[in-house]
Structures are given as C-alpha cells and as structure tokens.
Ligand binder design. Sequence first.
Ligand code: PMP
Ligand code: GLN
Length: 384
Amino acid sequence: LVPALRPFASTIFAEMTALATRTSAVNLGQGFPDTDGPAGMLDAVHDAIDNGANQYPPGPGRPELRAAVSEHRKRFGVEYDPDTEVLVTTGATEAIAASLLALTSRGDDVLVIEPYYDSYVAAVAMAGARRRVVPLHLDENSGRFELDVAALEAAITDSTRAIIVNSPHNPTGTVFTHAELAALAELCVRHDLIAISDEVYEHLVFDDTEHVPVATLPGMAGRTVTISSAGKIFNCTGWKIGWACGNRDLIAAVRAAKQFLTFVSGGPFQPAVAHALRAELDWVEQSRAALGDKRDRLSAGLAEAGFSVLPCSGTYFVCADVRPLGYSDATDLAWALPERVGVAAVPVSVFTENGAGNTHLLRFAFCKRDDVLDTAIERLHRLT
Ligand code: PMP
Ligand code: GLN
C-alpha cells in the first residue's frame, strides 16, 4: 500500500461489523437499515432483470433515472438538466471520490469538517490534495455540534479549492441551520471555492428541522456538486446507486473521472430507483417518521442505561457521552463493548484526526427494528 493510503488500510465499518459478527453482538455500529425498502421498488428490480436490463447502462446513467433525479431535486428547490447536470454513480461514495479526483489537484487544499465521514479524507488523499481539517464546535450547554465559521475562514488559504459539506451530518446528527450554511456559502463565494455537498440524509430530518440544500444558497448553484444516494432514501444501501448534480462543467468533469473508476453503475437497479423516486415518496415519509420514533426509543434507552445522550436532528445516528458511566475513553470502550455486553457501536474519535477528537463519544445507529434496539438497550444496562 502506498504511504498516502496507509492510514486508510481498513475502515471502521468493516472492522466493527466483523467484530460484531464474531461476538454475535447487536450491530448498532454500521449504519444500514435492517428492513427492506418499498415493495414496488423491489418488484421493479426483478422486472428490470427479467426484461434484460443486464448489460452496461449508459455512462451518465439511464435516462429515466436522470429524469427522476432531476424531478426529485426540484422538491429541494434546484433545477438540473437531466442530460448534462445529473450523473448516476456507484453510491455517494463514488460521487465523492470522483468529484475530488476531477475537481482538485496536487497542491490544492480541501476543507474537511471534523468529525468527518471516513471516505472524505481517503478520497482527498487519493486525489493527491491536502486536507485542512476544521472541527465543529460542541456547545456544552445544548450538546449540539455547531459549524465554526470563523475557524473555517481562518483555514482558507490561496491554495484552498474546495470544501466538503455534509448536512444532515454523520456522525453527529446535527442538521446545519440556514444561517450556518449561508455563512459557509458566503465564504465559498468570497474565496471562490467549490462545495462538495454530501446530502445523503436529506430526507432523514426529524421534528420541525429543515434540510437546507447548499446549492439553494446565494451564489452556490454554479459552484456546488450535490450528492445523494438511494441507499439512505429507500433502505437499499447494498445497491450502491447514488448521484451527483451540479452545473454542466462540474458534472462533465466528475463524469470524466467516474468513467475510469467504474464506467457505469448497477444496470437493473437504476430503473427501480427511478420508479422509487417517482412513486415511493409516501413510503419515504413514513420511514422518516418511524426513524424519528426510533431515535427517541434509542435515545431514551441510552439515557436510562446511564449515557448522556446528545441531541440528534437527522441521519441514522445518535451520539452518547460515556463519561457519566465512569469511562474516560469511548474508543477503548467501543472495542470492548461487543464482547462485554453484546452491542457494537462506533467511537466518534475514528472520524477525527489521529483519533484524537471527541474521545468521550460513541455513535449508535438507530435505523434498526424496534426489537433489535430494545435488545441492545437491555444489554447496555449491564454496563452499570
Ligand atoms: N456519505 C455519508 C455521510 C454516509 O453516511 C454514507 C454511508 N452510507 C455515504 C456517504 C456513502 O453512501 P453510499 O453507500 O451511497 O456510497
Ligand atoms: N454510512 C454508514 C455509516 O456511516 C455505513 C458506511 C459503510 O459501511 N462504509 O455507518
């Protein structure tokens, strides 16, 4: 493995899921749902296979999926030409990597907000760019992770080319407010930065929280690559169908990179996802409401078990402070937890530089059946 990639030899998700399997632990580490998506979408993939959609689809994605993505983005207030401004990718992961490969070069700085989803920093390294990491500010009173706009601005140099934004935010569950994102957008415009906006949890916001797409902010439509994924919207994380939307120059560049990464993405899944985007948004709304209840169920259970639970406005994840239970280091606890009580969680420190940040927090995924959450909660009571 080349030196630049050595820090990324194996992901936390692979390691923690392997440990959970080995110890028969309830896996609240990796964020994937344990129930299927809408039946109509599952039928559509069988139909697509039966009807011969089994060879290479078109490079930018099947036209009906690009049209459906373009229609879907209008719900979030942005219009994209399905022929030139929408690219189907192999999950959001490929869209993120292809964007960085296409839009940054050696010597460029990329701002990364910490804690960060792990693929961002690996993809920055693969692109040969340099990451400049800016931590979120944890408000001790509210427990909310806030965007530190002054720190972002201080990290910008003449070499800064792009910023990776993620709202709703994994792992913290923060959904950035309009004011926070408007301030970030103003920085992007003033310093001529590209925003790579990972919005995979755009539908998964709870209570009265509003998801603000970065591309809707003043001056951002032409400088934002917006990324989403069917995996999170329709409970099909294994299908790996995602998309990137942006102006034609940005998307032409991302497409050039994508064609030499995977060329095309999962043929029979594309018409099924197109169907789902057109016809299954009621299912998405029900799923969102159910997830809000699951967040409450797990948060209450964790609090009863002795954790101090942070607020969560979106995503699949809730973070909890382990210190009230008498532990000083959540990283050590995370590696011991599956064996000790039969539950797997992810330490938030793995999403920080050198594992040094947020060492008191564990991330738990609540996108699981209620009985699974209840079993995990019952087991976690054994920690006290
Ligand atoms: N971004 C974030 C913030 C995620 O949590 C994930 C995990 N699903 C991804 C990107 C990757 O998405 P996909 O599985 O579509 O590649
Ligand atoms: N996005 C999911 C998470 O954050 C899983 C990603 C993965 O397994 N690579 O847990």
